[in-house]
Design a protein around this ligand. Structure first.
Ligand SMILES: Cc1ncc(C[n+]2csc(CCOP(=O)(O)OP(=O)(O)O)c2C)c(N)n1
Length: 633
């Protein structure tokens, strides 16, 4: 059993270990990761592929004085195991347990918190500049995947680091995979470097040749220099990075610890920005993950088996496929997540109409704007938290020009074990103030289908947000969906004491809360707003006039969210009644099982019923009054 691993109380102990011991340690770490992740869920493939790189780094640096910064951070499990977190590793991603990503608050060995892709080189460069400004002397190294390198900001950082020439080592962990196989020209380039033997021969020959060119002066020297650069950029591996100002080392086997150690030492010795190109195998050491790395990129946590309904994502993909069969102009865009967003089936059926742009959410949205200008009907499916990246593109390129782009924000609301970097807590707030944009949220599968169709038929931009859960009512899946009148909500239940106005999957919570309130003798109206924007003012007015108090429920942050839209509208219409807005409080929500989080943060029927009852009881004692805002909101 994990004999060596248990003895690693500090990563500095790796400095003394032999090559054989480090290799054995890698085996133990893999066993621990496989065992734990099968229970807790998590990023299996990525973390197995990075074990040797992480061991090698810790064996030549002194963490936490030296900084190792992970891109995305989903591959950092070995780092957690080597930096004093073995005992807590069984609680990975569990409530109150270790985060699935590096967290500054979790360990001094995590110098930078991550979860979103493409940040490592910027953050590392920031550390380098701080170090230089303060006259300090520590090493900074990143572990950056080839997928992460498709993110625009990774390029921005490379560009900047190349100019600054400060000491920074970027370990490019190239497994040719993002979640799905990696895409793009740079990925092709990296593959050529890895696989084309002429590169390697040419590199040696060229270096020999260049060293033999005699020193000449004046004009001739400039000609020779130019020739050297041209020939070098044509045939030397990594010339692209060299041109940016990095020293390029590689490609090297990213599972060979002694080789990695040697190259890392050389890189630190050399100084300036250095990129080490290490090729690795995603899922290394676990046969099912090696043979299906895309599928085993991440595992879901063990759950009790039950009947599985389709998820919103699956139903979205299926419906889009159905609609695309009717309309040639429909194209789908994913930012490196065809499977997660439910678009794999669409891609198999319409390979030319699924565009994977890589981890490039900003580009995805502006690309869609261009496609719309050109007469296509683009549908961009991106997780809510990753769409944060593309806010300006939505405002400036899509909405300002009133273009018919459909934005599908998957994983809206709380997502569970992936935690605060992945919760879709803000999308209603960051979308609803954008002029021209229609914003909607389906309460069930049937509505998702209708909303997708409605959005595609709308001559302007529209966003649909939905969570990661399985859907309740899937509707008539084999029929074509129908159009919903834009801006029309739906009254689901009549009542005269309290009205609960909800959106998305919170409508079911509101309905269940109404049942609980009815048991307490109250008559409760429930309405599904369906549209966050434009809000159904007629429905809101009708509700406000017919009840004593109003509660809004959403799984977005309360600040600037759906409830805020309701309050603004009530104020504008001069409708006065006690209102309570329920949703995600003004704080970052931790990781943990989704249902547990919803219980904890009040997004469940009993909490909604309690809040509504309190508001109603208060309203009987006279109003206007200051309404207590509960513990969270
Ligand atoms: C901005 C952003 N978009 C999408 C994701 C989802 N995501 C997590 S890991 C990953 C692939 C990363 O590939 P790579 O950097 O090569 O690492 P690997 O998993 O192959 O080791 C993606 C797309 C993310 N974390 N951040």
């Amino acid at each position: 059993m994990a004999r060596l691993l248990q003895s690693i109380s500090s990563p500095a102990l790796l400095h003394q270990m032999s090559a054989q011991e480090l290799k054995a340690l890698a085996g133990e770490i893999r066993e621990e990761i496989i065992k734990t992740v099968h229970r807790t869920g998590g990023h299996l493939g990525a973390s197995l592929g990075a074990v040797e790189i992480i061991i090698a780094i810790h064996s030549v640096i002194n963490s936490p004085e030296d900084k190792v910064i992970f891109d995305v951070g989903h591959q950092a499990y070995a780092h957690k195991l080597l930096t004093g977190r073995l005992d807590n590793f069984a609680c990975l991603r569990q409530a109150d347990g270790l985060s699935g990503f590096p967290r500054r608050s979790e360990s001094p060995h995590d110098p930078f918190g991550t979860g979103h892709a493409g940040t490592s080189i910027s953050a590392a460069l920031g550390y380098c500049l701080a170090r230089d400004a303060l006259g300090q002397k520590y090493k900074v190294v990143t572990v950056t995947g080839d997928g992460a390198l498709t993110a625009g900001m990774a390029f921005e950082a490379l560009n900047h680091a190349g100019e600054l020439q400060t000491d920074l080592v970027v370990v490019l962990n190239d497994n040719e995979m993002s979640i799905a196989p990696n895409v793009g020209g740079l990925s092709d380039y990296l593959t050529r470097i890895r696989t084309d033997p002429t590169y390697h021969r040419a590199k040696d020959d060229l270096e020999r040749l260049i060293s033999r060119i005699p020193a000449v002066g004046g004009q001739m020297l400039r000609v020779v220099e130019r020739l050297r650069d041209t020939v070098r950029s044509l045939v030397v591996p990594g010339a692209f990075f060299e041109e940016l100002g990095f020293s390029y080392y590689g490609p090297i086997d990213g599972h060979n610890i002694p080789l990695l150690q040697r190259v890392l030492r050389e890189a630190f010795e050399r100084g300036g920005p250095v990129l080490i190109h290490a090729y690795t195998q995603k899922g290394r050491g676990y046969a099912p993950a090696e043979s299906d790395p895309g599928h085993l990129h991440a595992l879901a946590p063990e759950r009790a088996n039950g009947v599985h309904r389709p998820t919103f994502s699956q139903l979205f993909g299926e419906t889009l496929e159905q609609l695309a069969a009717q309309d040639q102009r429909i194209v789908a865009i994913t930012a490196a997540m065809p499977e997660g967003t439910g678009l794999s089936g669409f891609g198999h059926r319409f390979p030319d109409r699924l565009i994977d742009v890589g981890i490039a959410e900003q580009h995805a949205v502006t690309l869609a704007a261009g496609l719309a200008c050109g007469g296509m009907k683009p549908v961009v499916a991106i997780y809510s938290s990753f769409m944060q990246r593309a806010y300006d593109q939505i405002v400036h390129d899509v909405a300002l020009q009133n273009l018919p782009v459909v934005l599908c924000l998957d994983r809206a609301g709380l997502v569970g074990e992936d935690g605060p970097t992945h919760h879709g807590a803000f999308d209603i707030s960051y979308l609803r103030h954008i002029p021209n944009l229609v914003v909607m949220a389906p309460r069930d599968g049937a509505h998702l289908r209708h909303m997708l169709y409605t959005a595609l038929e709308h001559d302007g931009p529209a966003a649909i947000r939905y969570g990661r859960e399985e859907v309740q009512d899937v509707g008539a899946r084999h029929q074509l969906p129908a159009k919903i009148p834009i801006g029309r909500g739906e009254l689901l239940r009549r009542g005269g004491d309290i009205a609960i106005l909800a959106v998305g999957t919170m409508v079911a919570v509101a309905m269940a809360a109404a049942e609980l309130l009815e048991e307490r003798g109250l008559s409760v109206a429930v309405a599904d707003a369906r549209f966050i924007k434009p809000l159904d003012e007629a429905l809101l007015g009708e509700l406000a006039r017919s009840v004593r108090c109003l509660v809004t429920v959403e799984d977005n942050c309360v600040a600037g969210g759906f409830g805020s839209a309701v309050l603004e509208t009530l104020a504008r219409l001069s409708l006065q009644l006690p209102v309570r807005c329920l949703g995600i409080p003004d704080r970052f929500i931790e990781h943990g099982p989704l249902e547990w989080l919803r219980e904890k943060w009040g997004l469940h029927p009993a909490a909604v019923a309690e809040a509504a009852y309190g508001l109603w009881a208060g309203s009987r004692q006279g109003w206007p009054q200051i309404i207590e805002t509960g513990s969270h909101n």
